[in-house]
Every structure is written in C-alpha cells, then in structure tokens.
Ligand binder design. Structure first.
Ligand SMILES: [Zn+2]
Length: 251
C-alpha cells in the first residue's frame, strides 16, 4: 500500500527542500535537513516521522502522492513537493482537500488497523458494541472505533462473516465478533499484498491501479450471483454509503 511504498523510497533519507504551491498549505521550515525515521498509517492519513516533528498528511478525497525520480517540472494541481537526494515526492490534488500539518510529538493512542492485526484486543470493542444500536456496518465505519476502516472493506468483511449490514450492533455475538476480526485480518493481508483497493479514483504511489478489486466478492457486484449461496447480491444505501450484501446468507 501507499505507506509501504513510501517507506521504500524515503525511509532514512534527508529532506532537502519543501516547496508549497498552495496557499492553503503552511510551509514548515522545521522539516528541512531532517531524516525520515518512519512512515505510518494513522486513520485515513499518513504520519511521516522526522525524528522529532511528525508530519500528518491527509489526502482526503482527491489527493494523490507521486514519486518523481528526475526532478522534472511539477504537473498542474501540484500542491507541494518534498525533495530528497534520490527524487521528489509530489502531492497532486485538483480539489485542494489534502492537508499537511506538523506536530512536534507523536500522540500515541488509538489503535490503527495494522496494530489490530498485531495484537487484536476485542474486549474494548465488544464492550462498546454492546451499548450501540446502530447498524453493524455503520459501527465498523466509525473512525473512533476502527480508524482507517473503509466502505469497501466493511462490505467485504461483513460478507465474509455472514452478517447482515443492518443488524443492530448490540446483537452481534462474541463468536461473530471473532469472525469479524478474522475476516478483517484476512482481507487486509490480501489488500496489502495486492497494494490496496483502487476503486473510486484511488491509485497507489506508482500510479497503478491496485489488484485487490479483482478479489472483491460483493462490492461492485450488485445483481450478480453470491459466490457462497447462489442468492443475488444487492446494493442499498446505509448511512449514505453504497452497501453491497447478499440478503440470503448474510443474516
Ligand atoms: Zn449468499
């Protein structure tokens, strides 16, 4: 995924220059001369650790990162560039939703999806879930609960767990939570190997479409036959998001 690719190209490198092309984005002289200590996912954004200050980057809906090894002319809609010895990182964002900000210490706290994979701690999530009546899919998409969870993943996870997306969260049993966590781990592992999903405009760092979309079982398959029970996959809106599921085997 983006985070892993970014690590491959900039980890350990020194920031030579930062150029800002958008007045909405602040300029941070503190970045210059620092070395990239780590790149982490945090919620839907990225944290670039500069051994002290941490840059928080959110690409939002339309922002993309590109790697330019030849220091060529930045394309239109370039919002900022960060130069390293080996090349230049560009953020291109036609709609100017992407944000960049600098914080001086790492705020530890909420677990991200990769952390969930490392040491899955179900108890706090189950405890919260027992008190919530909202549909389970809306709960999964709550960024306070699972930072980084996206709509495509939520559809696929609930399909793998055979749970109807509209089921009240408090009715999901501990056994079913175990299924959800297992499915989440499996799906994210596949997604990481395939370099992310690339439906709806998302492309990875090297400008290629991810391959995970070919493995999606329900998302984008409305009207097709369910791969598990041969029922028909449906699409409906849930909290404003397109929700794909099989009404026959997701109960
Ligand atoms: Zn089915």
């Amino acid at each position: 995924t983006l985070c892993r690719q970014l690590k491959q190209v900039i980890l350990g490198d020194q920031v030579r220059a930062v150029t800002i092309y958008d007045t909405k984005i602040a300029y941070f002289p503190a970045m210059i001369g620092r070395h990239i200590k780590d790149v982490r996912r945090r919620g839907k954004g990225l944290e670039i650790d500069l051994s002290g200050p941490v840059v928080h980057l959110h690409l939002r809906m339309s922002g993309r990162l590109f790697w330019q090894p030849d220091f060529g002319l930045p394309p239109t809609h370039t919002r900022f560039t960060i130069d390293f010895a080996q090349g230049r990182l560009l953020c291109i964002d036609p709609r100017r939703f992407a944000t960049l900000d600098l914080r001086h210490e790492y705020e530890a706290g909420k677990s991200s999806i990769p952390n969930l994979l490392a040491g899955i701690d179900l108890d706090p999530i189950c405890l919260q879930a027992q008190r919530r009546r909202l549909p389970i899919k809306a709960f999964l998409l709550d960024q306070q609960v699972l930072p980084g969870m996206g709509n495509i993943y939520a559809c696929e996870i609930l399909f793998e767990s055979s749970i109807n997306p509209w089921r009240p969260t408090c009715d999901v049993t501990p056994e079913e939570w175990q299924k959800i966590i297992t499915a989440t781990a499996d799906i994210l592992k596949i997604a990481v190997t395939c370099r992310g999903t690339s439906i709806s405009d998302w492309r990875d760092l090297f400008g290629q479409k991810g391959e995970y979309q070919h493995r999606l079982k329900v998302y984008g398959h409305a009207g097709e036959t369910c791969p598990r029970c041969h029922g028909q996959i449906e699409r409906q809106k849930l909290s404003g998001r397109g929700t794909y599921y099989c009404p026959s085997c997701q109960t």
